[in-house]
Design a protein around this ligand. Structure first.
Ligand SMILES: [Zn+2]
Ligand SMILES: [Zn+2]
Length: 214
């Protein structure tokens, strides 16, 4: 599996030149020549920093857009998509596929499992590739025990339950929605995220040391 990372405000990841996980804010962040080969854009959640460029990329590539149904319902909402925090209106996105969790996308020998991980948003998802133990975690968890903020319409107990699901996976490489990828002691890092989520009863964003990610 080949993974290219594009860094904007949030990370976007292109897998095997075919599947784009999150789209970022600016389509120009997804550089040529990889752009044209994208067949599917999977949005980990509805927030502006992950979705804004999706329609522009889909228009150029003809790619389908997939998002969980619970976040699909929030797509037009300036507040629920955190667009107001960026001084913008909600991006106009028309998904082709609504997810529930439990789906598997297959592209040749690539298999990507969709895991519904509500908490940061109601329809947040993570994408897991079991062959290499790769987890694309969106804003559900970050390296070093980080967790997504819950004060943008999220739910901390749902987040803790979601991280329990992730802690049960065999994860060798974490590809988060913000910050760097990590392949060192990832299981311990996920357990640390779980500890943080279980310890927070106030649903306030706290567990990111230098920045609160949307
Ligand atoms: Zn984000
Ligand atoms: Zn977010």
């Amino acid at each position: 599996m080949n993974v290219q990372r594009f860094i904007g405000y949030a990370n976007a990841y292109l897998i095997n030149g075919t599947v784009l996980i999150d789209a970022g804010i600016d389509p120009r962040d997804i550089s040529e020549p990889d752009f044209k080969s994208i067949e599917l854009i999977i949005l980990t959640h509805c927030h502006f920093d992950h979705t804004s460029a999706a329609s522009a990329i889909a228009e150029v590539t003809g790619a389908d857009i997939a998002i969980h149904s619970a976040d699909f319902r929030l797509l037009g909402d300036d507040y629920a998509t955190a667009s107001t925090l960026f001084g913008e209106h909600a991006p106009q996105i028309t998904p082709d596929t609504l997810l529930q969790g439990g789906e598997t996308f297959e592209f040749d020998d690539l298999r990507l499992d969709v895991i519904h991980t509500p908490g940061h948003t109601p329809g947040g998802i993570c994408i897991y590739e079991s062959e290499t133990g790769s987890l694309f975690s969106g804003d559900t968890i970050f390296p070093d025990g980080g967790i997504g903020r819950c004060d943008l319409g999220g739910d901390i107990s749902a987040l803790a339950h979601s991280i329990e699901l992730l802690a049960a996976l065999d994860v060798a490489i974490l590809y988060p929605g913000h910050l760097d990828t990590t392949d060192t002691g990832v299981s311990a890092q996920i357990r640390s995220s779980l500890t943080h989520a279980r310890g927070d009863n106030s649903c306030t964003p706290l567990y990111f040391t230098h920045k609160l990610y949307k």
